[in-house]
Design a binder for this molecule. Structure first.
Ligand code: FAD
Length: 506
């Protein structure tokens, strides 16, 4: 260990991001003598939402060597193969956004280009998403694994989970404490800086004085360290993403238990429905400039089948849309809601935490906190937020809804340059030239754009250079192979009942 090595890490906050970080850092640094302490207030609650994930969660549990079945049992999880978008293009219309690719790449380019060529030449009615195994499994209500727990039949990493946020934090907490993370319930009231401006120590209500070399701010929207102590300014994105409120509701178990998140467009935003093994979660994400809280709650309660609000206990949340200017400042690294927030339309909240952890691991500092490491981290986190922002804005601009003020406003927000450029290339010949693809690559754009019936003017030349008969036969083969795999998969409900009836590990 070098003399300047980090010896003490303090994580402030015990929501999903705090415990994801604690377990990750403890396992990453297991052969190094580093003390990790997590401090959380027993009075200030966690946000308690964040139940749909993307495949970064599968990567996270594999990186940490966790058992997937045990993780699912402990987190009351179900499988998620993608998202069903209802009424987004216009009322009555629906489309799929599956994980993974549709059929794979052919001659080095996405199947999309061949599908487009066939569609434009022969008016083939099969949607692009129908060539995706995940989309077909979602439609048929199938799980991605067999009950015997062999390897997933749906490509590794191209599925995710719905998790109970509270149960997941508890599970991660147990594992982290078992691994040696020190856990303290206390509330931080004062922050001390050293002569360089870095955080030196934290004072608490309980009379503690806590010192550390590196501080991880997981205090949610409060941003106790990164914002209040280090003064990092917030980059506001509310001119591009209009939704700033949510009302959430725990519901009864969904008898159908679909292997996907449902997002249904509403008068002033959208409603999510997430199936867990023991209940269903739902929430209305909306713009407070276009809808008041009571009307939003009424709509959600009606959809959930409740007659009176009191019986359902809806919870209201204010959301600040945007992100940090510097995600890592001095010796404070922000993660989770203290680092940024983009509406959860594509379930990216926990992904931002996974991304920050991977980047911190790759550029792990010593006590000198080299500016080059911070700059690299901040640049890459900034790109990650920009990438997700573009992709979320895309869902609104691809819609044709004109029926409310909200939809007219949401569709005509100022487009980020990067998105405008990607759409120009797409509209011409289906090539997007994305600047950054850590989370959403071109296939994700194809699902959203083709799902909304927005097609390029012509196929790209590389697809037209291929023998047309070969294109038709490849599409038919993929179609037939997909049918065979779907037939072999168990129903998601059957799988879930089996999985959750198995005993938990001690
Ligand atoms: P919180 O959960 O707010 O935790 C903050 C912690 O800081 C608490 O433990 C609190 O006690 C502690 N704290 C605060 N101040 C102090 C202090 N002074 N002293 C000591 N402790 C303190 N993400 C997804 O991945 N998928 C989704 O489907 C999804 N849906 C969402 C829906 C909504 C409506 C919202 C708002 C968010 C959603 N997210 C989603 C994001 C997700 O909820 C968060 O990224 C995730 O829960 C992480 O929150 P957090 O741990 O950063 O903050």
């Amino acid at each position: 260990m070098t003399p300047n090595a980090i010896r003490n890490i303090l994580i402030l906050g015990g929501g999903s991001s705090g415990w994801l970080a604690a377990l990750y850092l403890k396992r990453f640094l297991r052969h190094v003598p580093v003390k990790i302490t997590l401090v959380e207030s027993a009075q200030i609650g966690t946000i308690g939402v964040g139940e749909a994930t993307i495949p970064s969660m599968v990567r996270y549990i594999r990186q940490l060597g966790l058992d997937e079945a045990e993780f699912m049992r402990r987190c009351k999880a179900t499988y998620k193969l993608g998202i069903r978008f209802d009424d987004w293009l216009e009322p009555g219309h629906g489309y799929w956004h599956p994980f993974g690719l549709a059929g794979g790449r052919i001659d080095g380019i996405d199947l999309f280009h061949f599908w487009l060529r066939k569609r434009l030449v022969t008016a083939d009615p099969r949607p692009y998403a129908s060539f995706s195994l995940q989309a077909r499994a979602m439609e048929a209500g199938r799980a991605p694994r067999s009950v015997s727990q062999g390897s997933p039949m749906i490509d590794t990493g191209s599925y995710a989970f719905h998790v109970d946020a509270g149960a997941m934090a508890e599970y991660l907490r147990e594992l982290a404490i078992k691994d040696g993370v020190k856990h303290i319930f206390d509330e931080v009231t004062q922050v001390h800086h050293d002569e360089t401006g870095n955080v030196a120590a934290l004072d608490t209500v309980g009379g503690r004085h806590l010192e550390a070399d590196l501080f991880i701010d997981c205090t949610g929207f409060a941003g106790v360290l990164i914002e209040k102590a280090m003064g990092d300014p917030w980059v506001d994105l509310s001119d591009q993403l209009l939704c700033d409120r949510a009302v959430v509701l725990p519901q009864q178990k969904d008898e159908e238990m679909p292997p996907f998140t449902r997002s249904s467009a509403q008068e002033a935003g959208w409603i999510w429905q997430i199936p867990l093994s023991h209940r269903k979660g739902s929430g209305y994400v909306y713009s407070s400039a276009h809808l008041d809280d009571t009307a939003a709650a009424d709509r959600l309660l009606k959809l959930a089948g409740f007659r009176r609000a009191r019986a359902a206990d809806p919870r209201f949340l204010k959301m600040r849309v945007g992100h940090r200017t510097e995600f890592w400042k001095g010796n404070v690294v922000s993660m989770g809601l203290s680092s940024g927030f983009i509406e959860p339309l594509e379930s990216t909240g926990l992904y931002f935490v996974h991304r920050a952890l991977d980047l911190l691991r790759d550029g792990f500092p010593d006590r000198a906190m080299a500016p080059a490491l911070r700059r690299a981290f901040n640049r890459q986190m900034g790109e990650t937020y920009a990438e997700v922002r573009d992709f979320i804005v895309l869902h609104y601009v691809a819609s044709r809804r004109e029926d409310t003020d909200f939809w007219r406003a949401a569709r005509s927000v100022p487009l980020p340059d990067s998105l405008a450029e990607a759409l120009d290339g797409y509209d011409e010949h289906g090539q997007l030239a994305l600047r950054h693809e850590a989370c959403f690559a071109e296939a994700n754009y194809f699902f959203i754009l083709a799902g909304n019936n927005r097609l390029p003017r012509r196929p790209t030349a590389r697809a037209t250079a291929v023998d047309f008969k070969r294109v038709a036969s490849i599409l038919d083969q993929i179609d037939a192979q997909t049918d065979t795999v779907i037939e072999s998969l168990p129903g998601h409900r059957v799988y879930s009942d089996w999985l959750h009836s198995q005993p938990l590990e001690d």
